[in-house]
Design a binder for this molecule. Structure first.
Ligand code: X2W
Length: 286
C-alpha cells in the first residue's frame, strides 16, 4: 500500500480549507465586484492567478463581477501612435482620437485578455462594456476633460441575467452618452457605480499599494467613512489614494456593504481577503 507522508504543508492546507468554512457560508450567494486595475495586472502568471481566484470564488457560490482598468496599456498604445495624453485630477483628458484608442485597448485588448484567462481556468466569462445593453449611461464630467463620463444611470439587469446563466461578467469602463457618444470612465468610478447599482456585498479595489496608510505609514486594516474623511482632511490620505477612497465612500453611500482597498499583485489577494481570518488591505465600512 502507498504510504502517505504527512508533512506540515499539507496539514496547513487542510486547516486553511477548514477555517474557510464560515467565510464560504457567508459569501455563498453574495455579489462581489472586483476592480482589477491596470497596475495590478502584472505578467501572464499573475493574470492566471487572478483568474483562478475569480473562478474559485464563482465555484463556491459567489457572484463575481470583474470591472477592469488598463491605464498603462492605453498609455502604451497612445505613445506608439504618437498621441499625447494628459491627466487632470486622475482623469485622462479624452478627445475623439484618444477615445478610439481607449475603447480599442479597454474593450479589445484588456477585456479579452481577462475573459480568456478566466475561461482558461475553467470559468465562463463574457466581456462587455458599460455600453452593452445601455448598462452605464454617462454625462460629461467637465467640458475641459472632453469625453470623460460620469455614470448617471446604471442598470444592473444585464449583470443579473449573466449571473443567472452562470456567466462571469467582465466589464470595460466605457459608458454610453445620451446622444450616442462613447465616454471614457475612470475604472474605479465605473466599479463603484456598478457595485452600487448591484447593492454589492463587497467591492474589492485591487491596486498596487497595500491599502490605506496612517500617519506612521502602517496599513489601517479597518476604517469607517468618517475616519477616511479625517485622514483625507489631515492630508494623510493623498495623491492616487484619493480617487480610491472617494469611490469607496460613494459606493458605501450608494448601498455597497463594504469596500476593500488591497494590493492586487500579492498572491491570491482576493481569496486572502474573502476566505481567511487574515484578510488583506483596508476594509472600509460604516
Ligand atoms: C481611464 C480608464 C482606464 C483606467 C484611462 O483613460 O486611463 C479615465 O481616466 P486603471 O488601470 O484602472 O487606471 N479613464 C477617465 O481607469 O485604468
Amino acid at each position: 500500500m502507498k504510504k502517505q507522508v504527512m508533512n506540515r504543508d499539507w496539514i496547513a492546507t487542510a486547516r486553511t480549507l477548514s477555517e474557510a468554512l464560515p467565510y464560504l457560508q457567508r459569501y455563498s450567494g453574495a455579489t462581489v465586484v472586483i476592480k482589477f486595475g491596470g497596475h495590478a495586472m502584472g505578467d501572464a502568471e499573475q493574470m492566471a492567478q487572478f483568474a483562478r481566484d475569480i473562478v474559485l470564488m464563482n465555484q463556491v457560490g459567489v457572484h463575481p463581477v470583474v470591472v477592469h482598468g488598463g491605464g498603462p496599456m492605453i498609455n502604451e498604445l497612445l505613445a506608439k501612435l504618437d498621441i499625447k495624453s494628459e491627466f487632470v485630477k486622475g482623469k485622462r483628458v479624452t478627445d475623439a482620437a484618444t477615445m478610439e484608442v481607449v475603447e480599442m485597448v479597454l474593450s479589445g485588448l484588456v477585456n479579452k485578455r481577462i475573459v480568456q484567462a478566466i475561461n482558461q481556468e475553467g470559468g465562463r466569462a463574457v466581456g462587455i462594456s458599460g455600453k452593452d445593453a445601455n448598462m452605464m449611461v454617462c454625462d460629461p464630467v467637465d467640458p475641459a476633460l472632453g469625453l470623460v463620463g460620469q455614470p448617471v444611470e446604471v442598470s444592473p439587469d444585464l449583470i443579473h441575467q449573466m449571473h443567472a446563466h452562470k456567466i462571469i461578467p467582465v466589464v470595460a469602463p466605457l459608458g454610453a452618452g445620451r446622444d450616442g457618444e462613447t465616454f471614457n470612465v475612470n475604472g474605479d468610478t465605473a466599479a463603484g457605480a456598478i457595485a452600487a447599482a448591484l447593492k454589492a456585498d463587497r467591492l474589492l479595489l485591487l491596486t498596487d499599494v497595500e491599502g490605506v496608510k496612517d500617519a506612521s505609514g502602517s496599513v489601517v486594516t479597518q476604517l469607517s467613512p468618517d475616519q477616511v474623511r479625517e485622514l483625507t482632511a489631515s492630508g494623510v490620505i493623498a495623491g492616487g489614494m484619493i480617487p480610491k477612497t472617494e469611490t469607496a465612500l460613494d459606493a458605501i453611500a450608494g448601498g455597497v456593504r463594504a469596500v476593500v482597498i488591497l494590493d492586487g499583485r500579492a498572491p491570491n489577494a482576493c481569496l486572502l481577503e474573502l476566505f481567511t481570518d487574515h484578510g488583506a488591505g483596508s476594509l472600509i465600512r460604516v
